[in-house]
Design a protein around this ligand. Structure first.
Ligand code: ATP
Ligand code: MG
Length: 250
């Protein structure tokens, strides 16, 4: 099976500290990979390397078997990688529709002149509306994104991912700050990335029940090392994982 994204011996040191050490991992197309591990384990650092925000000290990154290790973030986006950040990365002063339209316009290879003639691209605007509808944000299309609730901002980020047509989606703690009653709905939206939109999804999440419900496999990081990558059942039964999580609910 061709992997959507894979890493070989991926390592990152900062100022002599080993942040990630020798991570070798392969994610299949249309797979949802959960990534868990204690605070400071290196989960966000792994995403920073995958998206090209940081360069690894050692090792390689492949997208669709293409070595992207030396590519810049925008170049990786062009070969199919999208990311939502642990802290929200939307344009706060633009409306929801404009936020999504920009992603849709870029994906269509249309002019990136963001104001002039933008609404002449009726197909792009229609696609942006579709993406907003899929995450339940149609009623807020004209609302300024900065004024959205936290949960609606996460929905908007997913609409942006849908509009971008990226094959691979990196989600870093999408449930963070969500009120408990909104979690199930966001879980279903994330599930639809795989089931309806054929995306490959890598999701970091502290809510273990969310990961167990969504992931095909789970990778466990601890002190920058990959402890195990296996099915959810095998991971929760793994004694090494259990000892890494001593004192935490698993
Ligand atoms: N720019 C940096 N300079 C020095 N150390 C850093 C830097 N960024 C991250 N680290 C360290 O790298 C380690 C891994 O951090 P990272 O943010 O990747 O962890 P994480 O698994 O995402 O944690 P959390 O669950 O809290 O989000 C931590 O010890 C952190 O202090
Ligand atoms: Mg993190």
């Amino acid at each position: 099976m061709i992997s959507a994204i894979s890493v070989n011996d991926l390592s990152l040191s900062i100022g002599g500290a080993k942040i990630l050490d020798g991570i070798t991992l392969s994610v299949n197309k249309n797979e949802t990979l959960g990534i868990i591990g204690p605070n400071g384990a290196g989960k966000t650092s792994l995403f920073n390397l995958l998206s090209g925000v940081r360069q690894p000290t050692r090792g390689q990154i492949f997208i669709n078997d293409l070595d992207v290790t030396s590519l810049k973030p925008y170049e990786r986006a062009k070969v199919g990688l999208a990311r939502t950040f642990q802290t929200s990365s939307i344009f706060a002063n633009l409306s929801c529709l404009e936020n999504v339209r920009i992603a849709a316009q870029a994906a269509n290879g249309k002019s990136m002149n963001l104001t002039k003639n933008a609404y002449k691209f009726t197909d792009v605007v229609a696609h942006a509306h579709e993406c907003l509808a899929k995450v339940g944000l149609s009623p807020r299309a004209m609302q300024v994104a900065g004024s959205l609730s936290h949960g609606d901002k996460r929905r908007l980020e997913i609409a942006i991912v849908l509009a971008s047509k990226s094959e691979i989606v990196l989600l870093d703690e999408p449930m963070a700050g969500m009120s408990v009653e909104n979690v199930p709905e966001l879980v279903e939206i994330i599930r639809s990335l795989k089931t309806e939109h054929n995306k490959t999804v890598l999701i970091v999440e502290h809510h273990l029940e969310v990961i167990l419900g969504l992931a095909d496999r789970i990778a466990v990081l601890n002190y920058g090392e990959l402890l195990v990558c296996d099915t959810p059942q095998n991971v929760i039964n793994n004694p090494v994982v259990q000892s890494a999580y001593i004192g935490e609910a698993l």
